[in-house]
Design a binder for this molecule. Structure first.
Ligand code: GLN
Length: 528
């Protein structure tokens, strides 16, 4: 197993995860088996309890792990399925060490950050690296992204563990990539001082960068590279320019042009292999149509719905259709704004804020034949909307929101759940699909598996009445409703699960493909 460690300098939010995923893609395109580990130096056990408004989307893995959104990028760029072990947090590491101490595993010893915490970190990294991805395949190369920036108190034990690992591994089996910011001054001159300082901070911890990836608005020229090379003590070929590009999936291609593959091969003693260009031809595909989709939600930040944004892009690319997204604040949008869009999407969420706005958007889509895709809470609100406006149950609501007729009820096994962390219905569950439905047409099968994250479901007592009134529950798991459609409508489709988490550039999600295609049809008709 070879390890590529990725650290960050100067500031967070530079796209370290995308850089790491792109490095992985470059290797994968040459036939190497690659896996990825993300280290998050916070005390939470996982991302499940964190506010997505502050930290971005909570990504859900097949095994039900609620993890950092960077794991979503790894899954999409590398086309692999990761597990909860691939997201290491301070919380997980300390919990294990404290449990071991209570068991008596360290009997007699004083338990300390070095060596006990750092040993546990190394164990977690190795274990994750060796965990097979995609049913049995062990990786040859593992990317290890250390969250945060060099110098943060929180990341110290992790960087020390990386230092130890690098010392223990044969020279060719480890590589360190430092991702840093190269800002430009008002004259457009590229400034390398912040990078010099962060490389110095890295060195103080005993870590040396083999490659420096410089993030900037415009490509970094040879002069700047020469300067970084001189001050940061690495060959100029090891300085890679990563200017901002319109589409994240282009990043591997840009880094290919910078000669990153050669530098990687040389450092790690990898044989030179031909490049499989499938990824690059996919990314370069021209768009022939354009559609616009409104996402009605309570968060204005795109990172909260990163996987939805990407899933729309994947479907769009497969259909040569560019998808423009309009983010509508569920509490504030003007109803007339909905008219500007070819489709409406109501995503997942928790809590009552913005609920009425979401329901109104669904009414608009249903009554105006506008394509609609509802995901998780969006699915539940489609049930509430239908109950209120078609069945006439004006007080219909979800049990999550308090008093009323509960057409969405708590899952029986959730009734006595007290702890909030990691206790929802999470991860993969099979879904049985009915013949002769839109779902069957989209999935092309009577069986699929999708990822879940919820505590509520369609109230079993309301199902019959809803079906008699024109709703078809076309996907189920036992007596649990998983997919809803309204056949009288051109495209009214909603899922209790989150199809966005399984969507890949190379394998778009069926509900998203159907939705984008329906939006394109509507757009064409409107143009006529
Ligand atoms: N809050 C709803 C539930 O818990 C929906 C969850 C979601 O959208 N992920 O069932």
């Amino acid at each position: 197993m070879k390890y590529i460690f990725i650290t960050g300098g100067v500031m967070s939010g530079l796209g370290k995860g995308i850089t790491a995923a792109s490095v992985g893609r470059i290797l994968k395109s040459r036939g190497y088996k690659v896996t990825a580990v993300k280290i998050d130096p916070y005390l939470n056990i996982d991302a499940g309890t964190m506010n997505p408004g502050q930290h971005g989307e909570v990504f859900v893995l097949s095994d039900g792990g609620e993890v950092d959104l960077d794991l979503g990028n790894y899954e999409r760029f590398l086309d692999i399925d990761l597990g909860a072990t691939h997201n290491i947090t301070t919380g997980k590491v300390y919990r294990t060490v404290i449990e071991m101490e209570r068991r008596g595993d360290y009997l007699g010893e004083t338990v300390q950050i070095i060596p006990h915490i750092t040993e546990q970190i190394k164990t977690c990294i190795r274990h994750a690296a060796e965990t097979p991805v995609n049913g049995g395949d062990q990786a040859e190369i593992c990317l290890v992204e250390v969250g945060g920036t060099v110098g943060d108190i929180e990341s110290m034990p992790f960087l020390e563990a990386v230092r130890q690992m690098r010392g223990e591994l044969p020279e060719h089996d480890s590589l360190l990539i430092h991702v840093t910011l190269i800002p430009a001054d008002s004259m457009g001159d590229m400034k390398t001082k912040p990078t010099q300082h962060s490389v110095k901070a890295l060195r103080e911890l005993g870590l040396y960068a083999d490659i420096i990836v410089g993030r900037s608005d415009h490509p970094i020229g040879p002069n700047t590279k020469r300067k970084i090379s001189a001050f940061c003590d690495l060959p100029q070929a090891g300085v890679i320019s990563a200017a901002t590009v319109p589409d994240i999936y282009q990043v591997p291609m840009e880094m290919e042009k910078e000669g990153l593959a050669d530098v990687l091969s040389k450092h790690m003693g990898l044989e030179k292999r031909p490049v499989n260009n499938d990824w690059y031809s996919l990314v370069n595909r021209e768009y022939t149509s354009r559609i616009s989709v409104a996402i009605v939600s309570k968060y204005g930040i795109e990172d909260v719905y990163l996987s939805i944004k990407e899933a729309l892009k994947h479907a769009g690319r497969a259909l040569s259709t560019e998808v423009k997204i309009g983010w509508l604040d569920a509490e504030r949008y003007e109803p007339s704004h909905l008219e500007e869009y070819d489709g409406i999407l109501v995503p997942g969420g928790f809590g009552p804020r913005g609920i009425q706005g979401k329901i109104d958007a669904i009414t608009f889509a249903r009554t105006n034949d506008v394509p609609f895709l509802g995901l998780c809470l969006g699915f539940q609100m489609a049930v509430v909307e239908y109950s209120r406006n078609v069945l006439g149950w004006t007080n219909a609501t979800s049990e999550e929101f308090g008093e009323g007729r509960h057409v969405i009820a708590i899952l029986p096994e959730q009734e006595n759940v007290k702890n909030l962390g990691g206790t929802m219905r999470l991860g993969n569950y099979p879904v049985t699909i009915k013949d002769g439905t839109l779902a069957k047409k989209l999935y092309g099968s009577n069986e699929t598996t999708e990822r879940h994250r919820h505590r509520y479901e369609v109230d079993p007592g309301s199902i019959d009445t809803l079906e008699k009134a024109g709703v078809v529950f076309s996907g189920t798991w036992g007596d649990r409703m998983e997919i809803l459609e309204v056949p009288a409508h051109p495209f009214f489709f909603a899922t209790q699960f989150h199809p966005e988490f399984r969507s890949r550039p190379t394998r778009p999600s069926p509900p998203f493909l159907g939705f984008v295609e329906a939006c394109r049809e509507r757009n064409k008709k409107n143009l006529k």
